[in-house]
Design a binder for this molecule. Sequence first.
Ligand SMILES: NC(=O)c1ccc[n+]([C@@H]2O[C@H](COP(=O)([O-])OP(=O)(O)OC[C@H]3O[C@@H](n4cnc5c(N)ncnc54)[C@H](O)[C@@H]3O)[C@@H](O)[C@H]2O)c1
Ligand SMILES: [Zn+2]
Length: 370
Amino acid sequence: MRTIKLHLSWGSYEILIGHSLLSQVGETLKKSGFKDKIVIITNPVVGLLYGDSLRSGLEDHGFAPVILEVPEGEKYKSLVQAGKLYNHLADFQAERRTPVLALGGGVVGDLAGFVAATYMRGIPLVHLPTTLLSQVDSSIGGKVAVNHQRLKNVIGSFYQPELVITDIATLKTLPEKELENGMAEVIKYGVIRNRALFELLENKIGSIKALDEGLLEDVISLCTDIKAGIVEKDERDLGLRNILNFGHTVGHAIETVSHFRIAHGRAVAIGMVAEGMISRRMSILSDSELNRMKLLISRAGLPVKISGLDIRKLIKAMKHDKKKIGGKIRFALPKTIGDVFISEEVSPLTVEQVLKELYEETQDLCHNRQ
Ligand SMILES: NC(=O)c1ccc[n+]([C@@H]2O[C@H](COP(=O)([O-])OP(=O)(O)OC[C@H]3O[C@@H](n4cnc5c(N)ncnc54)[C@H](O)[C@@H]3O)[C@@H](O)[C@H]2O)c1
Ligand SMILES: [Zn+2]
């Protein structure tokens, strides 16, 4: 098991990463000083897989847990669901020191985190992330939120957990597509901050996808360490955290234009290729580095081209984002694998050319297949 400590202005907390840690949650929480009531928030998919054993493990250590389930899906990351959870917390007579355990992926983590942050002005939050994305990304950094109408994550706060327990064994039941979505963020960490991680992925992507336990522990720990280090320096997302957006400027436009039919990880994968191409066009990233990125992304099972989306709409979506940050599109662009820089100086023409290039390649491919 690895322990990564995240130091923040008000104190610190630990992220535990290892195999079969869910079976030890009772013991771990007892050591952390919790007692009596515990609220587990999950969804029916994850609840069915891990809820009962988590509950009985907690009972064995003298806790009185209750499981609250929210329906499966991003659309239930909402104020309506938060409202229902508040009712359950009140019925259960949750108190200021009653912890909320968020058992699930990023959707459950963000919603349960939001509820923990707001109920009685804040009750303890413990993340038990069960998707690769939530293990390397959403459970670290303290962002909690719900969606509002068509706006994603627009109602939220910064609220740090008291503990994160990352059980790698839960990835065994995760659908392959979800594992691949998480891999997009893993590759992102390599590109922005750690060339050795990128090389490890290049050498071992097959074994990682086959869920080799030791490798997964290494990879998830490296990613966690990178994100924790960035969050420590920029708790409230005012500067350095921008580098985590590599692949996301274009990626968000792809998600929006596809009406979220293209999953976040896949959109970010295409976004990383597009933003790598922008950097190459600016004569910063070399051809060979860009090709390595593309190859790894596709070997991870992720797309490297835009298909079936209207380029004009993509550009419009990016221009809309541009308004939000004072007229300029902000990009995190790779200099080399392992290092990025922030630029607001990318010309709209370059963006357009790159999107067209990505799109045209797809058309060529379709053409070749016919
Ligand atoms: N707070 C942050 O900093 C942050 C960062 C990135 C993303 N997010 C948010 O995270 C969410 C996406 O998270 P996600 O990718 O984890 O998706 P998710 O939570 O929807 O989980 C993906 C799917 O996997 C299922 N699942 C989860 N764990 C499983 C397991 N171990 N075995 C089998 N099935 C399992 C879920 O039921 C779901 O169907 C989005 O809402 C996004 O906005 C938040
Ligand atoms: Zn992301």
